[in-house]
Design a protein around this ligand. Structure first.
Ligand SMILES: NC(=O)c1ccc[n+]([C@@H]2O[C@H](COP(=O)([O-])OP(=O)(O)OC[C@H]3O[C@@H](n4cnc5c(N)ncnc54)[C@H](OP(=O)(O)O)[C@@H]3O)[C@@H](O)[C@H]2O)c1
Length: 299
């Protein structure tokens, strides 16, 4: 541990990915409590490796919002993006809190953290699904953490216990790669109710995907001239590798849950507005997702 005391994390959003992260943090000797409005003092969660069937049981203490007396120093935000504000309202962050954002999309914590907070962005290619408190790890690949701050002292010890975890000083391009994949695959598969591979096999969807990727590249290159572009190839590779999978937005829409459209295509549209750039394909698809999920939720 290099003489560094592992931190005590408070987890906002003990869903699939938050519980998976908690498993890795605990195995590195970190403490994890769940901030959840419930009378239950413990979250009994199960992490199941889909390949081997191995099961790990986690007992995570619950810190109810009413019982939290001191400001939190270390927080993991892993709730679905539409609930970020609600989740943050359950606790008070220390002025110099370290916050790991483990969510898809971009910008959900902008303007929501104390000025002195240290934000660590996390981007993962892991995939975890299941039911409440039963989390099936379908893929446990690579996770990058990074941000404006220097690599924290506890990171080296954590990475010994978290397979595939790496620190990068250049997290932004990693985030944007994932953002573009999400901005293309998620709304198209949700609206057409198809698995990810349909973006490769159905010509109208493939053309729509190409238009969305090109628009995103145009914007990102405007914001950052070092953006390499060529996002379509990466999007297609992900669609190929996950051809039979249901995207999270398709799943959210099917069960009438709020989608993450505002943190994904919505973020691109807000940035485009700031740059005075039009993204007609993203504007149209974001609006279509809002309308369709609104209709499903009213049923
Ligand atoms: N699952 C994956 O494979 C995966 C992979 C990469 C990235 N992500 C990203 O990780 C984030 C979380 O995804 P997930 O799959 O873990 O979602 P999830 O299983 O649905 O969990 C989200 C958690 O958010 C909290 N939540 C739900 N409704 C809420 C509400 N109304 N108010 C406040 N909190 C609420 C709940 O936590 P409590 O029960 O503790 O309140 C819930 O367990 C998303 O941004 C997703 O895109 C997921």
């Amino acid at each position: 541990m290099n003489g560094i005391t592992p931190p005590h994390w408070h987890l906002l959003g003990a869903g699939h990915i938050g519980t998976w992260a908690a498993g890795h943090l605990l195995s590195a000797g970190h403490r994890v409590s769940v901030v959840r409005a419930t009378d239950a003092p413990i979250v009994n969660a199960r992490l199941i490796d889909a390949d081997s069937g191995d099961e790990t049981r986690l007992r995570l203490p619950v810190a109810s919002p009413a019982a939290l007396s001191a400001p939190l120093s270390h927080v993991v935000v892993a709730c679905k993006t539409p609930f970020t504000e609600t989740a943050l309202a359950r606790c008070l962050l220390a002025a110099d809190a370290t916050v790991i954002r483990l969510q898809n999309g971009v910008g959900t914590l902008d303007g929501r953290l104390p000025a002195g907070a240290c934000l660590i962005e996390a981007v993962t290619t892991a995939a975890v699904k299941g039911q409440r408190d039963r989390h099936e790890i379908v893929a446990d690949n690579e996770t990058w953490m990074g941000g404006p701050a220097a690599r924290p002292g506890w990171f080296a010890g954590l990475s010994e216990h978290w397979p595939g975890l790496q620190w990068t000083a250049h997290i932004r391009h990693r985030q944007w790669r994932k953002l573009v994949a999400n901005a293309v695959i998620n709304p198209l598969t949700a609206l057409h109710d198809v698995p990810n591979g349909a973006l490769l096999t159905e010509t109208p969807l493939a053309e729509h995907a190409a238009a969305l990727a090109a628009e995103a590249d145009r914007l990102l290159a405007r914001i950052d001239p070092t953006w390499p572009g060529d996002s379509l190839a990466g999007v297609q590779a992900i669609a190929r590798a996950t051809a039979d999978n249901t995207s999270s937005m398709r799943a959210d829409m099917a069960r009438g849950a709020a989608t993450e459209i505002e943190a994904i295509n919505g973020w691109l549209l807000r940035q485009a507005d700031t740059c005075g750039l039009a993204l007609p394909a993203h504007a149209a698809i974001a609006e279509a997702v809002r309308r369709q999920s609104g209709r499903i939720r009213q049923r």
